[in-house]
Design a protein around this ligand. Structure first.
Ligand code: OGA
Ligand code: MN
Length: 290
């Protein structure tokens, strides 16, 4: 009599076929991963920049935290004063809620239902996060897709003149507004890029894991190339941005409930499409420290 041994589906990486992004199948995020599995996912992350784990419905916040920790220590969610009442307070501090849902007239999370323009997260800090995970709990019937762009490709494919200029310039990254254009608490509104408050980073960085060069643009609004006349800074930044966010450098995640997406924040940018404010979108997010 042969015992029936239930064999675990093996872990497989399937590229999106676009400029970045891959699906990881054969992995249950609720289970403890083996060292081999973690290494395999880490390698795939370096290679594909953005990884998607589908069909993870029913994942608990503790599972999301444990899984995210496989890639580094986690940041705590930002403290947002009194704006975010209730709901989020019951969740572990490593979980940030991204949602348009209102409870008692207050948003339970951030980013609402509008468009979030192209950005990398928190590059206005000296040490921006390494990456993030978003997990879809509720999604709207249409819209709300998240696009990612490959900043290695954006760098490599720059015209020669722009590439050599980029290699010698530094940029100020604006801390005053979030990706939906909302003014952050404690910041003053301004439109003169020379007044921008935020970290200064080289336009071209070498990624610590891949050892490859990539463009670090952060966000367009109020960006300023240190030391240049404003007109010249604006012109160069416009050219760099137009080049970087071309469709051929990007891939869009159209969410399904139970999708989890892990992105590398140092070599990618992302944006989100708007969606019907009457519909609900609820995502749990973790952030891996830089
Ligand atoms: C983020 C972000 C986009 C989205 O969480 O940093 O930009 O699709 N989210 O919710
Ligand atoms: Mn973001």
């Amino acid at each position: 009599m042969n015992a029936i041994i239930k064999k675990k589906e093996s872990l497989t990486i399937v590229s999106s076929g676009a400029a970045l992004g891959a699906d990881v199948t054969g992995l249950d995020m609720r289970e403890e991963l083996s060292a081999e599995e973690i290494e395999c996912v880490r390698d795939a992350w370096v290679k594909h920049l953005v990884l998607r784990f589908r069909d993870q419905e029913g994942l608990g916040v503790e599972d999301l935290i444990r899984f995210s920790r496989s890639f580094g220590g986690l940041d705590r969610r930002p403290v947002r004063g009194t704006l975010y009442g209730g709901a989020q307070n019951d969740l572990p501090l490593e979980i940030n809620v991204i949602s348009n849902i209102m409870v008692d007239g207050k948003p339970i999370g951030s980013l609402g239902s509008g468009e979030a323009e192209w950005h990398a997260d928190m590059t206005y800090n000296e040490r921006p996060p390494k990456g993030s995970m978003l997990y879809a709990v509720e999604i709207p019937p249409a819209g709300g897709g998240t696009s990612f762009a490959n900043m290695y490709l954006a760098y490599e494919s720059l015209p020669a003149d722009l590439k050599s200029r980029a290699n010698e310039l530094k940029c100020v990254h604006d801390a005053s507004r979030n990706s939906t254009g909302e003014l952050r608490q404690g910041f003053e509104a301004h439109t003169d890029p020379r007044k921008t408050v935020g970290a200064i980073h080289p336009l071209v960085i070498t990624h610590p894991d891949s050892h490859q060069k990539c463009l670090l643009l952060g966000r367009r609004r109020n960006a300023y190339l240190v030391g240049l006349p404003v007109e010249e800074s604006e012109e160069l930044l416009d050219r760099l941005w137009e080049h970087a966010v071309q469709a051929r450098h990007s891939w869009t995640q159209e969410w399904k409930i139970g999708d989890a997406v892990l992105w590398d924040n140092r070599c990618t940018m992302h944006r989100r499409n708007a969606f019907d404010p009457e519909s609900r979108r609820l995502m749990y997010r973790t952030q891996i420290a830089g």
